[in-house]
Ligand binder design. Structure first.
Ligand code: NAD
Length: 327
């Protein structure tokens, strides 16, 4: 067995963490042989609830968990961590304006960025789940200048998983047969789900989904809006936001950072933009990436001009990059 790594989950008393912690603890994310010291951060009023979560992790009786560190202190939470799941964030409350939501979250992610900068390993991989995820990741990275910007990523994997599942259902195949769905831009209603590069393996290797499905109208219409609105549809039914699927996506995202992407496959995540595909530079923007040795690389799937009809259709603007960075 290797020596334990330290993994912090913020918002540890919340509903996404409740599912995510089990996946991490049983080895789904970092590997079945990788012992973990779990750092759990939440705010002081949630410490009693967090105590209950700790009891449950103990009761899981999972040998990979060698120690649990529950805390409300970022200095303790981020000390020497190898990986960070930043799930906790200020939710948008009724009547709250966008700027109020932003300023509340800037405060949280400033504190956490500074704590990462001061206490975490310089190699730490940071996944931001808490919304607005792209903006929060950027803020966090700005306040952690001693850690490479490339180590901060934002989650659009839930949207990618939703897209794969929609296509698999439509084609009546297993979701494992569908790959390379791209989410451009942001995790919000302004995202652009894109099946142009998606493949399906019908038994003799991957073929384009566009050819297998032969239904461009659906791929350019209902497919996109279904994925864009899926979060709101789940809330309307469940009266709570997506949790187990968000946790699974966070696990998938960090798993791929840790272990790399499979040959011929790419995944979507918010990463610091180098201006590829006409996206604005230096913002966190969701691109298709491949990952090797814990480093991501933006995939150049095709000429950006192919995306124009989508941007024009869904954002009603000829300035695609600008419209995609709004939260
Ligand atoms: N990127 C995505 O695809 C995606 C998908 C679903 C949800 N989300 C977002 O994930 C976040 C968490 O969702 P949830 O359903 O678990 O929410 P939740 O309200 O159940 O839990 C959030 C937890 O964060 C804690 N918290 C708040 N401020 C904190 C701080 N400064 N430090 C540490 N902990 C803090 C809260 O006390 C709470 O326990 C939300 O922002 C949600 O919008 C993102």
């Amino acid at each position: 067995m290797s020596s334990p790594i330290r993994v912090v989950v913020t918002g540890a008393a919340g509903q996404i963490a409740y599912s995510l912690l089990y996946q991490i603890a049983k080895g789904d994310v970092f590997g079945a042989d990788q012992p973990i010291i779990l750092h759990l951060l939440d705010i002081p009023p949630m410490m009693e609830v967090l105590g209950g979560v700790v009891m449950e992790i103990i009761d899981l009786a999972l040998p990979l968990v060698t120690e649990i560190v529950p805390t409300a202190d970022p200095a303790v939470a981020f000390k020497d961590v190898d990986a960070a799941f930043l799930v906790g964030a200020m939710p948008r409350k009724q009547g709250m304006e966008r700027k109020d939501l932003l300023s509340a979250n800037v405060k949280i992610f400033k504190v956490q960025g500074e704590a990462l900068d001061k206490y975490a390993k310089k190699t730490v991989k940071v996944l931001v789940v808490g919304n607005p995820a792209n903006t929060n990741a950027l803020v966090c990275s700005r306040y952690a200048p001693s850690i490479a910007r490339e180590n901060f990523t934002a989650m659009t994997r839930l949207d990618q998983n939703r897209g794969r599942a929609q296509i698999a259902e439509r084609l009546k195949v297993n979701v494992g047969q569908v790959n390379n769905v791209v989410i451009w831009g942001n995790h919000s209603a302004t995202q652009v789900p894109d099946a142009n590069s998606a493949t399906v393996d019908l038994g003799s290797g991957p073929v384009p989904v566009t050819e297998a499905l032969k239904n461009d109208e659906w791929l350019k219409g209902e497919f996109i809006t279904t994925v864009q609105k899926r979060g709101a549809t789940v809330i309307a039914a469940r009266k709570m936001s997506s949790a187990v699927s968000a946790a699974k996506a966070a696990g998938d995202h960090m798993h791929d950072i840790w272990h790399g992407t499979a040959p011929g496959q790419f995944v979507s995540m918010g990463v610091i933009s180098d201006g590829s595909y006409g996206a604005p530079e230096d913002v966190i923007f969701s691109f298709p990436v491949t990952i090797e040795n814990k480093e991501w690389k933006i995939v150049q799937v095709r000429d950006f001009s192919i995306m124009y009809p989508y941007y024009l259709l869904h954002h009603k603007t000829s300035m695609p990059g600008r419209s995609l960075i709004c939260i």
